[in-house]
Design a protein around this ligand. Structure first.
Ligand code: ARG
Length: 459
C-alpha cells in the first residue's frame, strides 16, 4: 500500500512526474494557518454535534497548536506524497494524536475545506490592502497639501491645456484609490461567506451546524448552495479585477512620474532609494520603481485573464482545475501589497520643482481659455471669443512669447473688449483662482477637498 489517504482503491502509485504535476503543497502551504483555523472551527462544531468527544476535540486542539508551532518554526516536513496542505496537516495530526486525528475529516471534503481556506486567506489579504491603500492615500494627501498652490500645466493629449495645481493633480489619484478601496470592501462581503458544510458537493448526512462554524471563523454568513459553494471562484476573480484596477491606476501615476522626472519636464525628482544607475552611463538616475510598477501591472492583468479562463469551461461542481487558482491569487496579493507599500514611501520622497512646473505653464498658452472666458463675460459669443484668442495665440507664437507678454494695444487688436484688467486673467494664478467650485482646481477648493478626503479616511 502507498502512503496516500485513499490508497485502498488503487493498484499502482502515480509516477514521479504525475506526483509533481498534481501536487500543490509547494505553494498552498502558505494557507496552513487558515487551514488549521478552519479545522479547529469544524472540530468544535463536530464536538457540539456529538460526533467528536470532548477528549477528541482537546487532542485535536493540542495537536493543531503543536503543528502550527512546527510550521512557524520551519520544522514541519512537507511531503509531496501527501499532495497538498490539507493532507499534510491531517496526516501529521494523526501521527501525533491517533484516531482523533482520523475523525477530523468527518462531514467535510477537501473541496469545501480548500474553498474555506482561500476565503480566509483572501479576507486577510484584503484587510491588509485596505490599510495599504489608506496609507498611500495619506501620503498623497500630505504631498497635495504641501502643493495646494503649486502651479503646473494640466494636460490633455499630453499638450499643455490649462493651469492646475500639483495638489489638485494628486487628488485625482486619491479619488481613484477611494474607488479602489470601496471595491475591495465590496469584494470582501462576498469573500466573507462560509462554504464549509457543502462537503464534496452535495452536503453531508451529519447533523452539522454551519452557522456556528461561520461565527467561529468570523464569516458574515454561510453560502446558500452546496454545488456553488465548492465550485465558485467568483470572489477570486473579483478580487483580482479590483487588484488589476489598482495596479492600472498606479501604472498611470508611474508613467507620469517617469515623464515628470525626465529632464525634458524636470517637474520632480524621486528619492535616490527608488532609483538605480546605469552600469555604463555614469550620469544616469533611472526611475526603476515606477517602471516596475508599470511592468508588474501586466502580470496582475494577466492573472485576471488567467482566472477567468480557468473557470470558463468548468462544469459543476469541483474540478481539479481549481487548484490552479492559488498561484495567481498569491502573486496578485504579493505584487499588490509590495506595490502599495513602496508607493506610499515613494510619494513621501518626491522632490517637487515648482519653478520648472511654472515655467512649463508659461510656455503652452495655458491661459488661452481664460482670455476667451474674459471676452465672453464682456459680451462676446463664445465661438467668436475662441476665434479671437486663437488669432492672438498664433501671433504670440510667432513672436515667441506668451499671451501675457503681448502689449495692451496688440491684445486690443484682437478684440476691442480688452482692457488692462486682462493681465490678471492671463496669469496662471488668476486662472487657478477663478475655478473656485467643488471639484475645481482653485487652491481654496483643493484645500477643502483635502479636508474632505482626510475626513473620509478617518471616518
Ligand atoms: N489541492 C486541492 C485544491 O487546491 C484541494 C482540493 C482537492 N480536492 C479533490 N477532490 N481532489 O483545489
Amino acid at each position: 500500500a502507498t502512503d496516500k489517504l485513499w490508497s485502498g482503491r488503487f493498484n499502482e502509485p502515480v509516477t514521479e512526474l504525475v506526483k509533481r504535476y498534481t501536487a500543490s503543497v509547494t505553494f498552498d502551504q502558505r494557507m496552513a494557518r487558515f487551514d488549521i483555523q478552519g479545522s479547529l472551527a469544524h472540530a468544535a462544531m463536530l464536538q457540539r454535534a456529538g460526533i467528536l468527544t470532548p477528549a477528541d476535540l482537546q487532542a485535536i486542539q493540542q495537536g493543531m497548536s503543536d503543528i502550527l508551532a512546527e510550521i512557524e518554526e520551519g520544522q514541519f516536513v512537507w511531503s509531496l506524497d501527501l499532495e497538498d496542505v490539507h493532507m499534510n496537516i491531517e496526516r501529521r495530526l494523526t501521527e501525533k494524536i491517533g484516531d482523533a486525528g482520523k475523525r477530523l475529516h468527518t462531514g467535510r471534503s477537501r473541496n469545501d475545506q480548500v474553498a474555506t481556506d482561500i476565503r480566509l486567506w483572501l479576507r486577510h489579504s484584503i484587510d491588509q490592502h485596505l490599510q495599504e491603500i489608506r496609507a498611500l492615500q495619506t501620503a498623497l494627501l500630505d504631498l497635495a497639501e504641501a502643493h495646494a498652490d503649486t502651479v503646473m500645466p494640466g494636460f490633455t493629449h499630453l499638450q499643455v491645456a490649462q493651469p492646475v495645481t500639483f495638489g489638485h493633480h494628486l487628488l485625482a489619484y486619491v479619488e481613484m484609490l477611494q474607488r479602489d478601496l470601496e471595491r475591495m470592501q465590496d469584494c470582501r462581503r462576498r469573500v466573507n461567506r462560509l462554504p464549509l458544510g457543502a462537503a464534496a458537493l452535495a452536503g453531508t448526512s451529519y447533523p452539522i451546524d454551519r452557522h456556528f462554524v461561520a461565527e467561529q471563523l468570523g464569516f458574515d454568513g454561510v453560502t446558500e448552495n452546496s454545488l456553488d459553494s465548492v465550485s465558485d471562484r467568483d470572489f477570486a476573480i473579483e478580487y483580482t479585477a479590483a487588484a488589476a484596477l489598482i495596479m492600472t491606476h498606479l501604472s498611470r501615476l508611474s508613467e507620469e512620474l517617469i515623464l515628470w522626472m525626465s529632464p525634458r519636464f524636470g517637474f520632480i525628482d524621486l528619492a535616490d532609494r527608488f532609483c538605480t544607475g546605469s552600469s555604463i552611463m555614469p550620469q544616469k538616475k533611472n526611475p526603476d520603481v515606477p517602471e516596475l510598477v508599470r511592468g508588474k501591472t501586466g502580470r496582475v492583468n494577466g492573472h485576471l485573464m488567467g482566472l477567468l479562463t480557468l473557470m470558463k469551461g468548468q462544469p459543476l461542481a469541483y474540478n481539479k482545475d481549481n487548484q490552479e487558482d492559488k498561484e495567481p491569487l498569491f502573486d496578485t496579493a504579493d505584487t499588490l501589497s509590495m506595490t502599495l507599500t513602496i508607493y506610499a514611501d515613494m510619494m513621501r520622497g518626491v522632490v517637487v520643482k515648482p519653478e520648472a512646473m511654472r515655467a512649463a505653464v508659461l510656455q503652452g498658452f495655458a491661459t488661452a481659455t481664460d482670455l476667451a472666458d474674459y471676452l465672453v463675460k464682456r459680451g462676446l459669443p463664445f465661438r467668436d471669443a475662441h476665434e479671437a484668442v486663437a488669432l492672438a495665440v498664433r501671433h504670440a507664437e510667432k513672436q515667441g512669447c506668451d499671451l501675457a507678454d503681448l502689449s495692451l494695444p496688440v491684445l486690443q487688436s484682437f478684440s476691442a473688449l480688452i482692457d488692462d484688467t486682462v493681465y490678471q486673467v492671463l496669469t496662471p494664478e488668476g486662472a487657478l483662482a477663478s475655478r473656485n467650485h467643488i471639484g475645481g482646481t482653485a487652491p481654496q477648493q483643493v484645500r477643502l477637498a483635502i479636508g474632505r478626503a482626510r475626513q473620509r479616511l478617518n471616518g
